[in-house]
Design a binder for this molecule. Structure first.
Ligand SMILES: *Cc1c(COP(=O)(O)O)cnc(C)c1O
Length: 353
């Protein structure tokens, strides 16, 4: 078995596997409704929201499509700073919605002034933002950006928190995020295949007026079923049990403790990265759940990973167009500072640092 330090999927604990191994139940049964009714409030706690939270059986990308499909009426501003935020632009366009990109160089963060500049044209009714851009290791200033969006009446904010939810505090209601989405295989430390999406009252009202919302991710349909603690189509019951287990554990331990743990791991990797390589993200915007290093020593990341795998661990190579130029170390899920220290010691030894 190879321990994963890649930014998703991440390792799943034996306990979580056990929680997911129970026999199937019918999804229209009382037992399922009880499970659904137990999980949704836990998700709301994790997200610090009173909004509706829908459980969808897909990867997180499904809800990216759902958000734009249900809520973009006029024109959407896609904030792009890497591969996943670019994906949201492609999805918006391919669903036939009017949209425009506001793009910064990879490694840079989106700044609130840039968003203000665009929104004051009055052209837009929605904005997509990737909180933690997993391809570059940039954590965008979601608080400052959401403040700008909130100043513009009738503009909705959709935020992808796929690689940060659970590892960094994202208070959805305080920030006024209209649609916030993430999935199971990143910081939640569960297998892939289930994703969540919170929907504000404003976003829900918008959806009611949008035509062609699609079928699989229709917010109105999801709401109808959610009122009965159910989903429109057969959900991934096993994963929902996993979420129930995982969130039950985290909430009992206290979420703040998790954020602290992640901050410490991030600090450790950054310190190591600065000493031996360089950090790829612009200073001040480094992610709390994964660190991206610039490959200043021109090492072969593939070679390093082969040697690491022989020792039972694996890191992430660069993503997309910065594949060779960077490498990534995730500090997500159940990873501990001890795990990180052991990993860095192995890299030091292999590279003779
Ligand atoms: C992994 C990731 C996605 C894609 O999630 P899927 O669950 O594979 O659809 C989207 N956005 C970000 C920021 C990610 O890290």
């Amino acid at each position: 078995m190879v321990k994963l330090f890649i930014p998703g999927p991440v390792d799943v604990s034996e306990e979580s596997f056990k929680a997911m191994s129970e026999q199937m139940i019918g999804h229209r049964s009382k037992n399922y409704a009880a499970l659904h009714g137990e999980v949704v409030p836990k998700l709301q706690q994790l997200m610090y929201t009173k909004n509706r939270v829908f459980i969808g059986t897909s990867s997180a990308t499904g809800w990216m499509e759902g958000a734009v499909r249900n809520c973009v009426k006029k024109k959407c501003l896609n904030l792009v700073c890497g591969a996943f935020s670019e994906r949201w632009h492609t999805i918006t366009r391919d669903n036939g919605k009017q949209c425009e990109k506001l793009e910064v160089e990879w490694g840079k963060a989106i700044k609130p002034e840039m968003v203000e500049e665009k929104l004051k044209t009055g052209e837009f009714d929605s904005v997509t933002l990737v909180h933690n851009e997993t391809s570059t290791g940039v954590m965008n200033p979601v608080k400052e950006i959401s403040e700008v969006v909130r100043k513009h009446d009738g503009v909705l904010l959709f935020v992808d928190t796929v690689s940060s939810m659970g590892g960094a505090k994202i208070p959805v209601d305080e920030l006024g995020i209209d649609v916030c989405l993430f999935g199971t295989q990143k910081d939640l430390a569960l297998p892939p295949g289930l994703a969540f999406c919170s929907v504000s009252e404003q976003a829900f009202e918008r959806a009611k007026t949008v035509e062609n919302r699609g079928a699989y991710f229709d917010f109105i349909d999801f709401d109808k079923y959610a009122q009965k603690n159910n989903t429109p189509s057969t959900p991934n019951v096993s994963l929902i049990r996993g979420v129930n287990h995982q969130l039950g554990k985290w909430l009992a331990e206290g979420l703040d403790k998790r954020y602290e743990k992640h901050a410490k791991m991030a600090e450790r990797v950054r310190e190591w990265g600065k000493k031996n390589f360089a950090l790829f993200p612009e200073p001040g915007y480094e992610s709390q759940t994964l660190s991206v290093m610039t490959n200043t020593r021109n090492i072969s990341v593939e070679d390093l990973n082969t040697k690491l795998k022989a020792k039972g661990v694996m890191i992430g190579n660069g993503y997309g167009k910065i594949k060779e130029k960077t490498f990534r170390i995730a500090h997500m899920g159940e990873t501990t500072l001890d795990d990180i220290n052991a990993l860095l010691a192995m890299i030091d030894e292999i590279l003779g640092l």
